[in-house]
Design a binder for this molecule. Structure first.
Ligand code: ADP
Length: 359
């Protein structure tokens, strides 16, 4: 049995141990009583929230702006009222992220909540990492979409050319070398796409590509070459009116955007007339504007808002995956630009790209 003096001295010892623990903790912690008065805080809390020793004993309401988190009072009151632990990821008004835990400070005897202990663990870096990860995943997804979409055209070209080769009559053999060259072009195109992809694995982010000064006429030439078999087969007439040609952009992305628009104009042509496509560029304010107009089947007004959604396809529109326009929109928006459409069912469509001129 301890006598009274011994009891008191062991209590003092315990208290000293607690005080030492308290002083040395690296975690910001606040002790707040049931009347919402600040009773105690750890030194890191003092630094983190610019508290002064004289703030001990003050109502939290008077110093709440130190915590830079708007609902802290409500949250504490809730824990006092219910006795339930509250765990929350919060963003303070200075844009830092914390894991905030509010634990009821229980008085075991009366089983009542006599206050709360608020603990903050900074997780700004973790949240930043998570956001970065999300961005990477989205980029990855877009990359995969772009590749599978880009590879489809040379494949279709290959198929079409092989068909033409098969139907070549004996006396048409002089066209053989031309068609063979088309087969080879499609093959090279696919090899490039795959090469870019494997390259990106070896040298991180190579496929991510860099911006460069582009000549729009060259981009157009690339697209025409890629689509040559389709253009020939559907007897498409392409006209251009290039009023502005130099732009800083990622080559692969601009090519992909133009290719998608021209490819769509061919795919969704009207069977009643010779397909005509006009590609026009000009400067307007700080933008390079590119329009791709066709005299194709057009798009019903009720559909124009949806066609930019991923996997959205207008019913009965033949072969396709519904990601082409989504990709173009993503490419445009990622660079601060945009895409619009105006179309009339049965008459044709105009797709317009606005690209910010940055230099
Ligand atoms: P996909 O062509 O693979 O279906 P897109 O995202 O490129 O996917 O196009 C979405 C839809 O928008 C198409 O299914 C088609 O109905 C419509 N569309 C796109 N471009 C045109 C166009 N130039 N003329 C008519 N309809 C078009």
């Amino acid at each position: 049995m301890q006598n009274k003096n011994e009891q008191i001295s062991s209590l003092i010892e315990l208290n000293e141990e607690l005080e030492n623990y308290f002083r040395n903790t690296i975690i910001p912690q606040l002790f707040i009583d049931a009347h919402l008065i600040l009773r105690k805080f750890t030194p890191p809390a003092m630094r983190q929230f610019s508290l002064k020793l004289t703030d001990v004993g003050r109502p939290l309401a008077d110093i709440r702006e130190h915590f830079r988190f708007p609902t802290i009072m409500e949250n504490i009151q809730h824990v006092i009222d219910t006795g339930e632990v509250l765990e929350k990821e919060i963003q303070t008004t200075d844009l830092r992220w914390y894991q905030m835990n509010i634990i009821p400070y229980l008085v075991l005897k009366g089983k009542k909540t006599n206050g709360v202990i608020v603990t903050f663990v900074e997780i700004t870096m973790r949240i930043r990492d998570l956001k970065e990860q999300e961005k990477l995943i989205a980029e990855h997804e877009l990359l995969l979409d772009t590749i599978s979409h880009d590879i489809k055209t040379p494949l279709t070209s290959l198929g079409l050319t092989i068909e033409m080769l098969k139907q070549l009559p004996e006396k048409g053999m002089q066209r053989f070398p031309v068609l063979l060259e088309k087969v080879e072009n499609s093959l090279i195109k696919m090899q490039h796409i795959i090469h870019d992809l494997t390259d990106s694995r070896e040298h991180e982010h190579r496929y991510k590509a860099v911006e460069e000064i582009l000549d729009f006429e060259h981009i157009l030439e690339d697209v025409r070459l890629t689509l040559a078999p389709q253009i020939k087969e559907a007897n498409v007439k392409i006209k251009t009116d290039i009023g502005f040609s130099e732009i800083v952009f990622i080559r692969r992305k601009l090519r992909s955007a133009i290719y998608n628009l021209v490819n769509n104009s061919i795919k969704y042509r009207s069977e009643d007339r010779t397909p005509q496509i006009l590609i026009k560029t000009y400067k307007e304010d700080d933008n390079m504007v590119i329009t791709v107009s066709d005299n194709g089947m057009g798009i019903a007004e009720s559909e124009t808002a949806n066609i930019f959604h991923k996997y959205h396809r207008v019913s009965g529109s033949g072969e396709g995956s519904g990601i082409g326009l989504y990709l173009v929109k993503e490419i445009m928006e990622a660079s601060g630009g945009r895409i619009t459409v105006s179309s009339e069912l049965g008459k044709g469509s105009v797709f317009t790209l606005y690209i910010k001129i940055t230099n």
